[in-house]
Write a protein that binds this ligand. Structure first.
Ligand SMILES: *Cc1c(COP(=O)(O)O)cnc(C)c1O
Length: 395
């Protein structure tokens, strides 16, 4: 047997083999067909349902008519198109910063930014549950990676204290955690105080908060906590609540110019196509001018959590539209049983989450109907109680 076949066999033996299901649209999203089975989608990060919004589709279509389908090259080679230039200005206004850069994806932004701004001799302090792309950027940069306990500011401080004062330091964190649904809410101020005290710069990843948090512009948790000024670098994506694809980073003009000159993910990759850029612009306009979708989402989240209260007791507390239910070894059987009942919810296993904390990851959207939420809550409660004795789960 060749070594890769052996590796696959080992994954299968450990119940870690993963594959991608085939999903097709069915009537209206969130109705989908998963490997042929009709189901309601509770996996997608399209929290506002914008990927199906007519205004975004029209913007994409018009951009293709005007500019074509591709962008030709990287921006340092063939130039920045007008839609990208305008989108960067829109993002800077949205985030309340001097300047912004568009990257081709959130993964590429995180890897490209950290690799560009940090190097040997620098220190990066990261929450232990940060997104993999932030960790990968750090590994690529050659900086020293120091991981602190999840959302634990005391632990962060004890780690900051050990590093010599004259070393360059960054604190980097997700604002809403993608697999746990908890957040820096109520703790961001403390994190920024520590950054000031220990002379560290701060980068925050708002992938799951962009478009959803903040009273005025819905630009993320940093806006909601009133801390725009004290954050060095803001990052977020167009691929989740904003219903499209691509990512932004925002901060000072000088930092953005360093990225243009040093970030390999920016320099060595073709710019996003016009349709994608136009979609992002349309989504930014919608989330800043119309709060109805966002209100629907938070209503749905509150309602669904109240329906599931008995199951959620003893689970990690979600602050958001992402609701984890840790089921350990029973995760995949529960997942399969739910699909057979018409609910598509994904089981998340290591290495995405730590060993022993295998879970269902439910994401709620503004366009789920009350009937869909009721039916899912009821099927979920019955199925989970059927398969799992919640009291014996080690947490
Ligand atoms: C999804 C995600 C990313 C990656 O964004 P993509 O646009 O999907 O590449 C980065 N950071 C966090 C926290 C994410 O959840």
């Amino acid at each position: 047997m060749n070594p890769y076949e052996a590796e696959l066999e080992e994954l299968t033996a450990q119940d870690r083999f993963r594959y991608c299901r085939t999903v097709e649209p069915a009537t209206n999203w969130p109705q989908v067909r998963v490997d042929g089975q009709l189901a309601v989608d509770f996996c997608s990060n399209h929290y506002l349902g914008l990927a199906q919004d007519k205004r975004l589709k029209t913007a994409a279509y018009e951009a293709i008519q005007r500019y074509g389908t591709g962008s030709g090259s990287s921006r340092l080679v063939s130039g920045t198109s007008l839609p990208i230039k305008q989108l960067e200005e829109s993002v800077a206004r949205f985030k309340g910063t001097e300047s912004a850069r568009i990257f081709n994806s959130g993964y590429q932004a995180n890897v490209g930014v950290i690799q560009a701004l940090l190097g040997k001799g620098d220190y990066v302090f990261m929450d232990r549950l940060n997104h993999a792309s932030l960790v990968d950027g750090c590994l690529l940069s050659g900086a020293r990676l120091v991981r602190y306990a999840h959302l634990d500011m005391t632990n962060l401080e004890s780690r900051l204290r050990k590093v010599p004062a004259d070393q360059r330091k960054w604190i980097i964190s997700d604002t809403v955690f993608s697999m746990d649904g908890d957040s820096l809410k109520g703790q961001l101020g403390h994190l920024l105080d520590l950054a000031e005290q220990y002379n560290a710069l701060v980068m925050l990843d708002e992938a799951h908060a962009t478009g959803l948090w903040g009273d005025k512009r819905s630009s993320g948790l940093v806006e909601a906590e009133g801390e725009t000024e004290r954050v060095t670098l803001h990052m977020g994506t167009f691929s989740k609540a904003l219903g499209g694809f691509g990512a932004y980073v925002a901060g000072s003009q000088a930092l953005m110019e360093v990225l243009t000159n040093r970030s390999r993910g920016f320099i060595y990759s073709t710019a996003l196509p016009p349709a994608v850029v136009a979609t992002a612009e349309a989504a930014l306009t919608i989330v800043q001018s119309d709060s109805r979708l966002k209100e629907c989402l938070w209503d749905n989240v509150r309602y669904f959590k109240s329906c599931l209260a008995p199951i959620l007791e003893g689970q990690p507390e979600s602050h958001s539209q992402i609701i984890p239910i840790i089921l350990g070894q029973q995760t995949m059987p529960v997942c399969e049983a739910l699909l057979q009942q018409g609910f598509f919810v994904q089981g998340i296993r290591p290495p995405t989450v730590p060993e022993g904390s295998e879970r269902l990851r439910i994401s709620i959207s503004a366009v789920h109907s009350r009937e869909q939420l009721d039916a899912f809550a009821s099927a979920l409660s019955k199925t989970v109680l059927n398969w799992v004795d919640l009291n014996v789960l080690t947490r």
